[in-house]
Design a protein around this ligand. Structure first.
Ligand code: ADP
Length: 403
């Protein structure tokens, strides 16, 4: 790596999408961001914004056959802005990898063995790890000389004690099938808990934080002194909070009931719980903006969906308060957490005895900055902290390759 190699390309590969950002770690600047969607279809779409040159968003619609072709197209777009992947300034490529199992507790330089282990984890992450592996292989083919780093969604949660990570099922069965709680969104929980400490002017080791990552997927975590001690997602990202399209927690016997009495197949139940449940299952919409609009018009179904969403959230705040014993801050993040003031207000309403209060005026302010929304006198800080998973992946990647 040359001394002026300070750029990191972050790749987040989904089954039919490729999100990317090019960052300069000399100053954390975002040089380009983009997204390829509908890979493998006739109507693939590439949207690319060259922030470094102040350029506006460029869009291409054409058939992009696979991830290989997608990355080639991205390389072309970057090249047109003088940010090509052949640049000596590129230090590494950082990959978001969803499932790292118990083994990967840190960002890891990708070798053949590392890739083989990510492959071995496919049974516990069938939707995500194959796409991540494709992204890695494609990037390796394009720049075989460059370090490629895997940053795992599960890594931040590997500090959970066994009491939180194990399900209460037969130990032999659990171990034989790697059934335990892994947690996800770890990159975001790590970033947001650290930023919350910064906002409080404290070192992360001094503070206990409940992080509420509320996007389309949603998860809560309890972070003691910078280390995760519990999180709401489990073996898969289905457990825990009510999400856009996922049910979150439910009695596992519901699955048996649907199988035995509703004649549903495993795949049908999988699809029901992951794609047709949560907010969309409850009211037909998964976008919180639309749900709030409907509530304002007096829609009772939307109001009930909102109440169920908030009730679950509040239960987790209470549970993690008890897990941590002392809470310094509750931090809201991701699409809903950063933008939906009514969700934040409702989630902590009635928790004054726990020291949790939201100031209505502060809560109403819209801003892209990390900020407190609790009054000064409150015992527990309530914060809105925009997450930045790409910056965190780039930071971890660069720290590893430049050390
Ligand atoms: P993902 O999990 O897909 O990364 P995001 O963190 O981007 O999701 O969150 C997406 C969700 O955020 C949307 O589905 C929507 O419910 C919510 N959201 C985005 N903007 C707003 C807003 N201004 N008000 C309320 N909710 C919002």
């Amino acid at each position: 790596m040359t001394a002026n190699a300070t750029r990191v390309l972050v790749l987040n590969s989904g089954s039919s999408s490729l999100k990317y950002q090019l960052l300069d770690m000399a100053d954390g600047a975002r040089l380009a961001v983009g997204l390829v969607e509908r890979i493998g279809e006739e109507t693939s779409r590439l949207a690319h914004t060259p922030l470094a040159t102040g350029g506006t968003k460029r869009e291409r619609e054409e058939a992009i056959a696979d991830h290989d072709a997608a990355l080639q197209a991205v390389a072309q777009e970057l090249g047109a802005d003088g940010l090509g992947l052949d640049s000596p300034e590129l230090a590494a490529i950082g990959h978001r990898v969803v499932h790292g199992g118990q083994k990967f507790t840190e960002p890891t330089v990708i070798t053949d063995e590392v890739l083989a282990e990510i492959e071995r984890l496919i049974p516990v992450a069938p939707l995500h790890n194959p796409a991540n592996i494709t992204g890695i292989r494609t990037a390796q083919a394009l720049r075989p000389d460059l370090p490629q780093v895997a940053v795992f969604d599960t890594a931040f949660h590997t500090t959970m004690p066994e009491s939180a990570a194990r399900y209460a099922i037969d130990v032999e069965t659990a171990d034989a099938h790697r059934i335990r709680r892994y947690g996800f969104h770890g990159t975001s929980h790590a970033f947001v808990s650290r930023e919350t400490a910064r906002l409080l002017d404290k070192d992360p080791s001094e503070v206990n934080v409940i992080v509420l990552h509320l996007g389309n997927g949603a998860s809560a975590s309890a972070v003691r002194g910078g280390r995760c001690v519990d999180t709401s997602m489990g073996l898969t990202p289905l457990e825990g909070l009510v999400m856009g399209t996922r049910s979150g927690d439910l009695d596992p016997a519901v699955i048996l009931h649907l199988s035995r009495n509703a004649g549903m197949s495993v795949d049908e139940i999988d699809s029901l719980l992951n794609k047709k449940s949560g907010l969309i299952g409850l009211c037909g919409d998964n976008d919180m903006r639309e749900i709030r609009r409907r509530i304002d018009e007096g829609d009772e179904q939307a109001a009930l969906a909102f109440d169920i969403y908030v009730h679950r959230l509040k239960k987790y705040i209470g549970a993690y308060y008890a897990v941590l014993g002392r809470v310094d801050a509750v931090a809201f993040t991701a699409g809903v957490g950063e933008n939906a003031a009514p969700v934040r207000e409702a989630a902590v309403a009635g928790l004054e005895e726990l020291g949790l209060v939201v100031d209505a005026g502060l809560n109403a302010i819209r801003s892209g900055e990390a900020r407190l929304i609790s009054p000064e006198y409150a015992r527990v800080a309530v914060a809105v902290v925009p997450t930045d998973e790409e910056l965190e992946i780039a930071t971890q990647t660069y720290a590893l390759v430049s050390s």
